[in-house]
Write a protein that binds this ligand. Structure first.
Ligand code: AOF
Ligand code: ZN
Length: 368
């Protein structure tokens, strides 16, 4: 029997569920941020999003809000409901018990404990199940989780601001603002939605950045900060080190390259060392990413500079690319961008293009 097609309402409610799922992006640990809507005759009677920290899951929260009204409804789930007994019973069983009669799902769950079993439990209970509705849009939010399950590494987003003449900064000291305030706010939002953010040591030394999210109301959503610093040169006086007890800071260094006194000084400030393997004298990125994944980091944003960005690109480790282009020219004092909108390889697909004040932001994703 051919599977039923989604109707206009299905698409509308799933799009709303996907928007709701964004609320806890970056806050649910190794668990994906997913959302559930319970809809009775075109009216939302229950909504749930995976709680901060990852539990409870979305479904029991939506069902609790709906209460008795859940009977005979349609549930919209951005990820296949789980089938395993964790700290709570499986969400698929909770939907059955609540008397939901139809479930519309977006992405399937690759978790070995679920992997189709969630939908199977629903069908076995006589619930009508429609899978894969807006799966691409939902998968876009879940990419960090899906990639981590499939490749055992975080999803890597490379973000760069590029001047009109293809530069990303100045060769000598001194910061230069390439893009404007609207881009700055967008970048802070991207930070809030990432589990971790990475820069190279040169950028850490030149800019002494804080790399926190400083949007009002979202300050607590700052991601883990990682410095690619093979020789462990980050000074203990750097803002990243000084604030390490408030927002975790990690330094990825080659174990034998760092001075023990430097290491203990940084560690006393709360900085964590990630001892990494060397690859041609540099930090081996695949091993570093595996380590980060094992630490529960599902999404990593690389913010430059040119060396770090170039290494991720050269090793084919960029899954998502966000370029903010300005009309400003930097001239010969600039550092050439390792990638510009004109040189994005065809393996990347343009997903979005928006204006941010006078600047343009473009986002590409690569198939995985
Ligand atoms: C759902 N609804 O809201 C989420 C799900 O460690 P546990 O028991 O919390 O299980 C984690 C797994 O649960 C995770 O790998 C994924 O398969 C699923 N996430 N499932 O039904 C939710 N966040
Ligand atoms: Zn669940």
């Amino acid at each position: 029997m051919a599977e039923a097609q989604p109707n206009a309402d299905d698409r509308r409610f799933m799009a709303a569920a996907i928007r709701l799922s964004r609320r806890h992006l970056g806050l649910t640990g190794t668990n994906p941020s997913v959302a559930t809507l319970i809809v009775a005759d075109g009216v939302i009677v229950g909504r749930g999003v995976t709680a901060i920290g990852g539990r409870p899951h979305a479904e029991p929260q939506a069902l609790a809000e709906a209460g008795e009204r859940a009977r005979g409804t349609t549930a919209y789930v951005t990820l296949e409901p789980c089938a395993h007994h964790g700290r709570t019973p499986p969400c698929a069983e909770a939907l059955v018990a609540a008397g939901v009669t139809r479930v519309v799902g977006a992405a399937s769950d690759p978790d070995a404990r679920v992997a189709g079993r969630g939908y199977a439990i629903l069908r076995a209970a006589g619930i009508e199940v429609l899978e894969g509705v807006l799966a691409e849009e939902a998968g876009d939010q879940l990419r960090g989780y899906l990639l981590r399950s499939v490749k055992r590494r975080p999803e890597v987003t490379l973000k760069l601001a590029v001047s009109a003449d293809g530069m990303i900064g100045l060769t000598d000291e001194g910061r230069v603002a390439i893009t404007g305030e609207t881009v700055r706010r967008q970048v802070h939002l991207m930070r809030a939605e990432s589990d971790a953010i990475l820069i190279g040591i040169k950028t850490a030394l030149a800019d002494d950045p804080e790399l926190t999210c400083r949007l009002t109301g979202l300050e607590a959503r700052s991601p883990v900060r990682i410095v690619l610093d093979r020789n462990g040169r980050l000074p203990a006086s750097a803002k990243l080190a000084v604030t390490a007890r408030m927002v975790p800071t990690m330094v990825a260094a080659l174990p034998n390259a760092i001075q023990p006194s430097q290491r203990s000084e940084l560690e006393s400030r709360g900085v964590t060392f990630l001892a990494t393997e060397a690859h041609e004298g540099r930090v081996a990125l695949p091993e570093l990413l595996e380590d980060l994944s094992a630490r529960g980091i599902g999404t990593l944003m690389v913010e430059g500079g040119a060396d770090a960005a170039g290494q991720f690109l050269a090793e084919d480790l960029v899954d998502r690319l966000v370029l903010f282009s300005s009309t400003k020219e930097i001239g010969s004092a600039g550092v050439r961008a390792p990638i510009t909108p004109a040189t994005v390889p065809p393996s990347f697909r343009l997903l979005r293009e928006s204006r941010f004040g006078a600047d343009i932001g473009q986002e590409w994703v690569r198939a995985y």
